[in-house]
Design a protein around this ligand. Structure first.
Ligand SMILES: Cc1cc2nc3c(=O)[nH]c(=O)nc-3n(C[C@H](O)[C@H](O)[C@H](O)COP(=O)(O)OP(=O)(O)OC[C@H]3O[C@@H](n4cnc5c(N)ncnc54)[C@H](O)[C@@H]3O)c2cc1C
Ligand code: FES
Length: 243
């Protein structure tokens, strides 16, 4: 954990659409987090009831950036935010990824690329594998912080296909990944057979975000764990993938 959890009310500095239904929200203020940690965000009073968890995309002098895909009511409301609007962030929450020595691969699929930018920036010297369904976004930004490899299912940019088609863990000392569960389960198989440690960030639905409701429980080999409190980062060999 990077430090004390805070509840911070701040102003939006920008909220730009960067991809199909994907927005990059920038919020002013002083923030801290380790890569892989998240904030619970709200930009409304009562409806929807719950704040929404978003990973740290970046932290810089000007503030924090969060990359999100519009899914439902909460993220749709976020997409309507304009500069000057006020949002409330609670965090940083969760455990995050620890930097390990050696050759590091970061693998993201879909909106699972969100926590990888900050990880690449903080860790330095990483290979970053980004898988998109259609037109890729923010690739030039990722290029500034790591060696980037891109796939798109439509073949519009990068290698046609899935990120798991091009990713080979042999040659790496550690891998970090975030994305759809089937992608993470496949990476777990690849990494196990090459004996490369894999740490995954799980994005379960959440309610309280602080370990109180068990709404985000996932099955691990040690029993149920709370994604918000015990994760969101888990060693992949400890997750029960077919549970
Ligand atoms: C630790 C963590 C970090 C996350 N980081 C990011 C991020 O950086 N960027 C980002 O875009 N999203 C992220 N998510 C997912 C994001 O929180 C949800 O997409 C968001 O809460 C949906 O809210 P909504 O009100 O728009 O949709 P809702 O109205 O709540 O749901 C709309 C639809 O999306 C589905 N859904 C909602 N949440 C999830 C989920 N977690 N997994 C799968 N399906 C879901 C619902 O079943 C429903 O079909 C993260 C989730 C977690 C737990
Ligand atoms: S969301 Fe309540 S325990 Fe995790």
């Amino acid at each position: 954990m990077a430090g004390k959890i805070g509840i911070i009310e701040s102003r939006v500095s920008s909220n730009a659409q960067v991809g199909d239904g994907v927005f990059l929200l920038k919020v002013e203020g002083d923030y801290f987090a380790v890569p892989g940690q998240f904030y619970m965000l709200r930009a409304w009073e009562l409806d929807p009831l719950l704040s929404r968890p978003l990973s740290v995309f970046d932290i810089a002098e000007e503030g924090i950036s969060l990359l999100y895909a519009v899914r439902g009511r909460g993220t749709e409301r976020l997409s309507r935010l304009a500069p000057g609007n006020v949002v409330t962030l609670t965090g940083p929450l969760g455990n995050g990824w620890e930097r390990r020595v050696g050759r590091v691969a970061l693998v993201g699929g879909g909106i699972g690329i969100a926590p990888l930018y900050y990880a690449a920036k903080v860790f330095g010297n990483t290979n970053v594998y980004l898988g998109f369904a259609d037109t890729p976004y923010l690739v030039d930004e990722f290029d500034r912080v790591g060696r980037v490899h891109v796939t798109s299912e439509t073949g519009v940019r990068g290698t046609p296909g899935l990120v798991t088609d091009i990713f080979d863990p042999s040659g790496y000392d550690v891998c970090y990944a975030c994305g759809p569960r089937p992608m993470l389960a496949l990476l777990d198989r690849f990494c196990r057979s090459d004996e490369v440690p894999l740490f995954v960030s799980l994005e379960e639905r959440m309610a309280c975000g602080v370990g109180a409701c068990l709404g985000c429980a996932v099955k691990t080999i040690h029993g149920y764990a709370r994604v918000c409190r015990d994760g969101p980062v888990f060693r992949s060999s400890e997750v029960v993938w077919d549970g």
